[in-house]
Design a protein around this ligand. Structure first.
Ligand code: COI
Length: 355
């Protein structure tokens, strides 16, 4: 892995913070950004001097490869503030590993771990006043990499920009989520980029998700591209099913993102001695379970979505409503997860990382 030519992080602070202009009680997810951003360029085969500077626009050539071939990957992570104003990240090492895994798949050079952690901890400390205390408030952190070489030849860029933006956040989904099971469109295929957090994976979902929205569904549960028989993930989150008292989810593969929240839910379920089945989940078995009453819950798990209960799903034009579970798995995992994230419980897994 190439290290930056100079190890020193250059820091340029804002003269005046914008924090006073923000209504923290009425945030729209991902629309408000903190005072600073991190930027590090790659050229001549080396990551250059990393910089934290005031958040603001970039000047990039319209011929930069990212605009033409979508060579871009990103991550989603969160920082939380506990009742003593201490600031915590959740499993940041996982996001670091995953952005490099995504980069490798998209022919982007890996980013050095020491610079990633120095940048992350420094910028979070600098903008920590943007993290509101209280359950449900967080700072959503968006590391990303884009191809910046000028030129429209269809080949990997020789220049990149690694950045970190941060956005104060509340809930991603405000209510329960209604989903449609995909019958025609696909998110990913064997040997594709489904396991990478590649920007195009998300853009490609917008059109079919809009069609689902027009019918009253916020999300699509993607199925395998070959036969549309297996339930895979929901684009903004991995999906779990509770059939009677068994927790079911699909195994990660090159079609499914290896979600940090997903693997945390599985670890919590194992710790709690629940019956877990990580195996291909058939659409037909979930439809049958909905019909015979053994399907108790469906929920999504993701950094932005946290744990989001699904209240209904649609398949081949039939809508299956799920009964609201006051003491279901979704509620339990959300509490167990957030208690660890907000330093309200022990952390036997070592997931918290103090900034
Ligand atoms: C995340 O949960 O961090 C994601 O990347 C999903 C995104 C679409 C908000």
């Amino acid at each position: 892995m190439n290290s930056p030519s100079t190890e020193k992080l250059d820091i340029q602070k804002v003269a005046t913070s914008r924090i006073g202009e923000v209504d923290f009680n009425n945030l729209t997810f991902g629309n408000t950004f903190t005072d600073h951003m991190f930027e590090c360029d790659y050229k001549n085969g080396v990551w250059q001097k990393p910089t934290i500077k005031p958040y603001g626009p970039l000047t990039i050539s319209p011929a930069a490869k990212v605009f033409h071939y979508g060579q871009a990957v990103f991550e989603g992570m969160k920082a939380f503030k506990d009742d003593d104003n201490r600031v915590w990240l959740f499993r940041p090492e996982e996001n670091f590993k995953r952005i490099n895994k995504s980069s490798v798949r998209m022919a982007i050079p890996e980013f050095p771990k020491d610079i990633f952690f120095e940048a992350l901890t420094t910028i979070v400390k600098m903008d920590k006043d943007w993290i509101q205390p209280g359950l449900g408030n967080s700072l959503y952190i968006r590391p990303f990499v884009i191809a910046t070489q000028v030129g429209v030849s269809a080949s990997p860029s020789s220049e990149y920009k690694f950045m970190i933006l941060m956005s104060p956040a509340q809930a991603y989904y405000t209510g329960d989520v209604r989903v449609e099971i995909a019958e025609h469109y696909s998110r990913s295929a064997n040997g594709g980029v489904g396991a990478a957090k590649a920007a195009g994976n998300y853009g490609a979902q917008f059109f079919p998700t809009n069609l689902a929205r027009e019918k009253g569904f916020q999300q699509v549960i993607w199925t395998d591209a070959n036969e549309h028989k297996l339930l895979e993930e929901a684009g903004t989150m991995n999906v779990f099913f509770r059939v009677n008292n068994t927790l079911l989810t699909a195994p990660v593969s090159d079609r499914i993102l290896d979600g940090v929240t997903r693997k945390s839910v599985l670890a919590l379920a194992e710790r709690d001695n629940l019956t877990i089945e990580v195996r291909p989940v058939l659409v037909s078995e979930i439809v049958e379970a909905a019909r015979n009453g053994s399907l108790k819950e469906i929920f999504g798990a993701g950094t932005a979505a946290v744990i989001s209960p699904v209240s209904a799903f649609s398949y081949k034009g039939t809508v299956y409503e799920l009964e609201k579970q006051e003491d279901g798995f979704a509620k339990r995992f959300k509490k167990e997860l957030m208690d660890i994230q907000y330093n309200r419980s022990d952390d036997p897994f070592g997931w918290r990382f103090e900034v």
